[in-house]
Design a protein around this ligand. Structure first.
Ligand code: ATP
Ligand code: MG
Length: 565
């Protein structure tokens, strides 16, 4: 099956694309304009990737444009670091807003004027009710709310107070501006929602120019209208806010009429996508920052080695619907493997080395052999690798007393060293603790290149290896799920579900010399192990690798199926 190589290739249909198609055909819109509106209070995560691929993707497909708009209405939680990271991540994912970079804060003056407009029209009022009391009087899903006594305040008084709120005369929380809609509405969002609150806080962009800030609900639809957004795409939790957005648009002299369409969020087993929780993970030091490779952030996934194209492919396969569901983490791994299998060069690396000495190989002699860079891509060519008397193989590839179905090395058995020779294990040397520390073997010179000998003898296993002569020491970081259960937090304290074994650091690994200076972030396949990439922590002569994703291990499956754990 074809994979998404570029953001626009091979895209299926969904209800949103159908709506846009018919809007274009009917002439309701001439140019499709969408937007992605992150709040800069954290890093983007894989869920945002879905929203980005959708809004930027449809704009591209329909020859329109997509704006990047920072929803920067809450200065207490927003930071420049997050703004910079979000821009970097959207670009990395393969999308470009061109000159259409906006901020809700660009519209603060206009939004304020529209606040005054609603007051003058008798459709908004300044409310002095303390926050707790206001909450209590909002009612519940089954009970209507109660009208605030300030609802009947005169236009002049509200206008005067709103201006004095802006002028900084009142402390935080003293007053708010509320829309005058319907305290008995079955939709809680219509019960005189707050439009402006007092926040004496410095804003990353507007500094100290403002001490009142619009709520997201007040900024959102109006920002869309100002920018001429035709299709405002967001997740289902905003469905109940749409009547409020529509009410505001109908009651304000806005320059255009945006339409909002909601789709289901992306949820994935084992992953947490709440920025509140991700922020806690970082602040409480449970992970090593926002770009920790165990994090579901785009920065973390990038550092882990997940290519942007694999993320786009995964999101595309998931499709766009209106019903909430949870995607199996395995589907994400599938997209990563599909892509890397075709693109990642093969290399040999021994994660947990066991020494193998070839007794009939002359001391000091080495040979150069040819190794294929990518069996899926002939144009990737070959590379020279060194073979010699001392070789390291994976500790797991040897068993002194092998059970049935274990076909790798054991005393008396012959295996192929990939691209090298057939070797037969003669003896396992042990230390005083009884652990195997070295294998004494012989090789068959007639099997050079790993080819079957003239007598047609076959072996059941092919092992990867590195030569002691030129292997490079490396650190390898193996990542497992950050949370130990597929539904983190389902039983209460989410931090109690953290997986204590989410990071395993192997400091004694050995890799072939071609990996010594692997470019940071570039994917390689360690033969028989999985896909890896070099981490920014790498130092000259001391590479550090992250495991992006493992290969499916047939032996692990056999073990699991036979209950051997
Ligand atoms: P929080 O985690 O605090 O709920 P958020 O994820 O909604 O915040 P925003 O910065 O407001 O953070 O998100 C920007 C856009 O990304 C929103 O339009 C939202 O609909 C979309 N989005 C967020 N999470 C997902 C998700 N899991 N799947 C798809 N889209 C998402
Ligand atoms: Mg949000």
């Amino acid at each position: 099956m074809a994979l998404t190589e570029t953001p626009t290739a091979d895209i299926g249909r969904d209800f949103i694309r159908d709506i846009i198609q018919s809007d274009v055909e009917s002439g309701r819109v001439t140019e499709v304009v969408t937007r992605f509106p992150p709040e800069p209070n954290g890093y983007l995560h894989i869920g945002h990737a879905k929203a980005i691929c959708l809004s930027f993707g449809v704009a591209q497909e329909f020859g329109g444009r997509c704006h990047l708009r920072f929803d920067d209405t809450n200065p207490t939680k927003e930071e420049q670091e997050f703004i910079d990271a979000i821009k970097h991540d959207v670009h990395w994912l393969g999308f470009d807003w061109g000159k259409h970079l906006y901020h809700a804060s660009d519209y603060f003056e206009q939004l304020y004027e529209w606040g005054e407009h609603l007051i003058r029209e008798g459709k908004a009022y300044v409310d002095d009710t303390p926050p707790d009391e206001m909450r209590a009087k909002r009612g519940t899903l089954t009970e209507p709310g109660q009208n605030s006594p300030f609802r009947y305040r005169s236009v002049e008084e509200s206008l005067d107070l709103f201006r004095r709120m802006r002028a900084g005369e009142f402390p935080n929380g003293a007053r708010v501006l509320r829309a005058k809609i319907d305290m008995a509405s079955p939709n809680m969002n219509m019960r005189d929602p707050v439009l402006y609150r007092i926040l004496h806080a410095e804003h990353p962009r507007t500094g100290n120019a403002w001490c009142i800030y619009p709520t997201y609900d007040f900024a959102h639809g109006q920002s869309d209208a100002i920018e001429g957004i035709t299709h405002s795409l967001c997740t289902l939790e905003f469905e109940d806010h749409r009547p409020l957005y529509d009410w505001l648009i109908e009651n304000l002299p806005v320059p255009a009429r945006p339409h909002q369409y909601e789709f289901a969020r992306l949820n994935i087993t084992y992953l947490v996508m709440s920025k509140r929780i991700l922020t806690r993970l970082v602040q409480e030091g449970r992970v090593n920052g926002w770009d920790d490779p165990r994090m579901p952030t785009l920065a973390g996934l990038r550092r882990r080695g997940v290519p942007a194209a694999a993320l786009r492919d995964f999101v595309r396969r998931g499709g766009i619907t209106k019903s909430n569901s949870i995607t199996d983490y395995a589907a994400f791994e599938f997209s990563i493997r599909e892509l890397l299998n075709r693109t990642a060069p093969r290399r040999m690396a021994v994660l947990r080395p066991l020494k193998l000495v070839i007794e009939n190989w002359p001391e000091g002699r080495t040979e150069t052999l040819d190794a294929i860079n990518n069996p899926e891509d002939a144009s990737a060519g070959t590379r020279p690798i060194t073979f010699g008397r001392e070789i390291y193989i994976e500790r797991d590839d040897f068993m002194e007393n092998p059970p049935k179905k274990f076909f790798r090395l054991s005393p008396g058995r012959e295996v192929r060293l990939r691209y090298g020779y057939f070797v037969t294990c003669r003896e396992a040397v042990k230390n005083t603790a009884g652990e195997v520390v070295e294998l004494r073997c012989t090789y068959d010179p007639a099997t050079r290149g790993g080819n079957a000998p003239p007598d047609g003898r076959k072996v059941q296993a092919t092992l990867h290896w590195v030569a002691a002569a030129d292997a490079v020491a490396a650190e390898v970081r193996i990542y497992n799920h950050l949370f130990a259960r597929p539904d983190p937090g389902a039983d209460g304290d989410i931090m109690a579900d953290l997986n204590p074994d989410s990071l395993e650091v192997l400091t004694g690994s050995l890799v072939e010399p071609a990996l010594a200076a692997a470019p940071v972030g570039e994917a390689v396949q360690f033969e028989r192990q999985g896909y890896f990439c070099s981490d920014p922590d790498s130092a000259p002569g001391r590479p550090v690798f992250n495991r992006t994703v493992g290969l499916r291990d047939t032996w692990a499956k056999v073990q699991a199926n036979s209950g051997r754990g």
